[in-house]
Design a protein around this ligand. Structure first.
Ligand code: 4NP
Length: 159
């Protein structure tokens, strides 16, 4: 059976999208559904290619028992065919993602906080230039958004 491809995208692919990726893997694993998914993350900027997730994001993740093993890579045109869902962290990401989107791939491009029961302004705030509280906030937003994303996909694909 084909795996459901979910790609989380932010700007640098070292804070928000690796956190979203790690959390989704963690939650899917706990629900016994990990085998049904192909999960990855990418950035629109390409400024941190090959780097591990930011140490502050990894530390926050680790405090909740979540691992962030991925390395930064840049979003590419082929991703629109390789993944079923491309999930943007904020409206700037969405614009940058759509600039690259030829519309020929199968991917649906969605906003992460569309799945947040408390969506605020629909952006996952960029924590890079701020303090520890920003990383905690990103974790909390992504934790509750991903729970709903996983239930949405479970229903949508009859998992
Ligand atoms: P991310 O955060 O998009 O959540 O990975 C950022 C990481 C790096 C930079 C900006 C945002 N930067 O300007 O280097």
């Amino acid at each position: 059976m084909d795996k459901i491809g979910v790609l989380f995208v932010c700007l640098g692919n070292i804070c928000r999208s690796p956190m979203a990726e790690g959390l989704f893997i963690h939650q899917a694993e706990q629900s016994g559904l990990l085998q049904r998914f192909h999960i990855d993350s990418a950035g629109t900027s390409g400024h941190h290619i090959g780097e591990k997730a930011d140490s502050r994001m990894r530390r926050t993740a680790q405090s909740y028992g979540v691992n962030l093993p991925s390395r930064s890579r840049k979003l590419e045109v082929a991703d629109f065919e390789a993944f079923d869902y491309i999930i943007a962290m904020d409206k700037y990401n969405l614009q940058d993602i759509q600039t690259l989107n030829t519309g020929e791939g199968k991917a649906q491009v969605l906003m992460m906080r569309k799945f947040d029961p408390r969506p605020g302004n629909y952006s996952v705030p960029d924590p890079y230039y701020g303090g520890d509280a920003g990383f905690e906030e990103v974790y909390q937003i992504l934790n509750r958004s991903n729970e709903n994303l996983l239930s949405y996909l479970t229903k949508e694909h009859s998992l």
